[in-house]
Ligand binder design. Structure first.
Ligand SMILES: [Zn+2]
Ligand SMILES: [Zn+2]
Length: 279
């Protein structure tokens, strides 16, 4: 086995800049403990955690891929597109993500209003204070409901109110899948379809590939071996790169954690090779 096949990487990690309670420093600490060679910080619709991550990468001796996970919408359903090696300092990306933040904030307020309308009281000021600088997500609303004793578990918050089809769910993301791929491309990065096995209409995967994806996420904690083989074949058929990771969300997703799912560093080298050729 080559050196880079043995070096392990976790390329899907969230921090407290989106909907995890893990701070950047603790993520690097865990990565170091697990002897990871490289990690990607991929917060939802934000690169705000990247400056801190840059500070940690040298200190912990763990390579960093500057990334994010963009939310997109396809026929009313939420689709996630991972972006790796984006230029986090680019004004173009900053402008895009600022407007996403505004839309997400408005969505949060609409969901809070929907809850109030059905008699589940939400104090909007208090909710916004709790979110602070993080990118507003449904999880924050779930945590608020949990904290107020309106639900017994986060799972209940989603099942009763916040999941698609439930009374407080509001769709409305800025990008189509095609747009999300474009934004990542214009930011100098590589786009990957996140957790493709979770997409209800599997015919879409092929459609999204045709939009110009660079790769597929094919290592994921609950992906079946059959699906993994299928996406691996698809990747080689369409000359796509491969990725994978834990999708760790600190203590909010107990079934996964930094380093739970890894990919060999060879896959990262293949990404770097493609970026070089694009230059
Ligand atoms: Zn996702
Ligand atoms: Zn994720």
């Amino acid at each position: 086995m080559s050196e880079s096949a043995r070096q392990l990487c976790d390329l899907h990690i969230h921090s407290n800049f989106s909907d995890s309670d893990a701070d950047i420093e603790s993520i690097f600490k865990q990565a170091k403990e697990k002897n990871l060679h490289c990690i990607a910080i991929t917060d939802h619709d934000t690169v705000s955690g990247i400056p801190l991550a840059r500070d940690c990468t040298g200190r912990y001796g763990v390579q960093l891929i500057e990334g994010l996970e963009l939310s997109a919408q396809h026929q009313g359903l939420e689709i996630h597109v991972l972006g790796y090696f984006v230029d986090s300092d680019s004004l173009y990306l900053k402008k895009q993500l600022d407007s996403v933040r505004d839309i997400r904030r408005q969505r949060m307020l609409d969901m809070a209003k929907a809850l109030n309308a059905i008699g589940v009281e939400v104090d909007i000021k208090e909710l916004l204070e709790a979110i602070g600088m993080a990118m507003p997500t449904r999880l924050h609303l779930g945590l608020y409901l949990l904290g107020k004793g309106k639900v017994a578990t986060l799972w209940e918050a989603f099942k009763k109110y916040l999941a698609p089809g439930r009374p407080a769910y509001v769709a409305g993301f800025k990008y189509s899948v095609k747009d999300a791929i474009e934004v990542i491309k214009k930011s100098g990065g590589l786009s990957f379809l996140a957790h493709p096995h979770m997409i209800s209409n599997q015919a879409w995967v092929k459609e999204f590939i045709d939009f110009g994806l660079d790769g597929l996420e094919i290592n994921y904690s609950n992906m079946s071996p059959v699906k993994k083989i299928l996406y691996t074949q698809m990747a080689s058929e369409h000359n796509l790169l491969k990725s994978g990771g834990s999708d760790a969300h600190g203590s909010y997703k107990e079934f996964t954690q930094v380093g739970k799912v890894t990919v060999p560093y060879e896959w990262v080298q293949a990404m770097k090779g493609r970026l070089e050729r694009k230059k």
